[in-house]
Design a protein around this ligand. Structure first.
Ligand code: 6PG
Length: 226
């Protein structure tokens, strides 16, 4: 387990952007992105610093999506497009968004088909950036939800179809997972994910194929760690 603690949200975003650029420059081509609000600054920094050469052969996938159209303010794809992809003129044909505007079951199946078409079999991604909710959820894998028990599919509906989420089979087929967590409201969830037995919160069940997860935290999010 790699845990990095940075002074504040700005330092955290810089460290995360540097890590993503390093991974892309090291040939990591299949990236899974987190939604929510924490990664916005990181995506903006990557968009400003990356070159066209860095994007060569890069495919972008999403860890989860809300059941909304891409232009909706709640859309994770919409957030990444505004913060990174559009300003950076990232090739749209290599952006594999989850279609939040259609039926969640159909969106989940299409997302899986598209991912398998790009990665081949067995499916595998190079880098996944994940967030953490104050209840310990990651992607849209919420405590107590049936999606936690999925063992085969890569994407399933979550929260009664209000979300579509990547599953543990998808996240654990990823070579490297990086959690990006900021702020005091996440401190208890971070403590549970890192200090309690696996399974205490959904995030601690993420065990990437390539070994341990990396946790990028700011001081407030790390404040309860022993
Ligand atoms: C989402 C995310 C979710 C997010 C956490 C943290 O769609 O909301 O994928 O897992 O990463 O809820 O969200 P914040 O970064 O907004 O605190």
């Amino acid at each position: 387990m790699i845990v990095e603690i940075h002074a504040d949200a700005d330092a955290l975003a810089r460290a995360a952007a540097e890590l993503m650029l390093r991974e892309m420059r090291a040939g990591k081509r299949r990236l899974l992105l987190a939604g929510g609000t924490t990664p916005v600054k990181t995506y903006e920094l990557v968009g400003r610093q990356a070159t066209a050469a860095d994007y060569k052969g890069v495919h972008i996938f999403f860890g989860d999506e809300r059941a909304v159209p891409p232009e909706h303010v709640e859309s994770n794809y919409g957030m990444v497009r505004r913060a990174w992809l559009e300003p950076a003129h990232f090739p749209p044909e290599r952006v594999h968004r989850i279609r939040g505007e259609i039926d969640a079951e159909r969106a989940a199946r299409l997302a899986e088909e598209e991912l398998r078409a790009v990665t081949g079999e067995p499916p595998g991604l190079d880098l996944a950036l994940l967030g953490l909710g104050s209840d310990g959820h990651t992607a849209s894998l919420f405590p107590g939800s049936s999606s936690l028990g999925e063992t085969l599919r890569l994407f399933v509906p979550s929260r009664s179809g209000r979300r579509i989420t990547g599953t543990f089979p998808l996240l654990n087929s990823t070579n490297r997972v990086v959690f990006l967590v900021s702020g005091p409201t996440k401190a208890e969830a971070v403590r549970a994910a890192l200090n309690d037995p696996p399974g205490a919160v959904p995030a601690s069940l993420v065990q990437p194929r390539g070994g341990s997860a990396t946790w990028l935290l700011d001081r407030e999010a790390a404040s309860l760690l022993t």
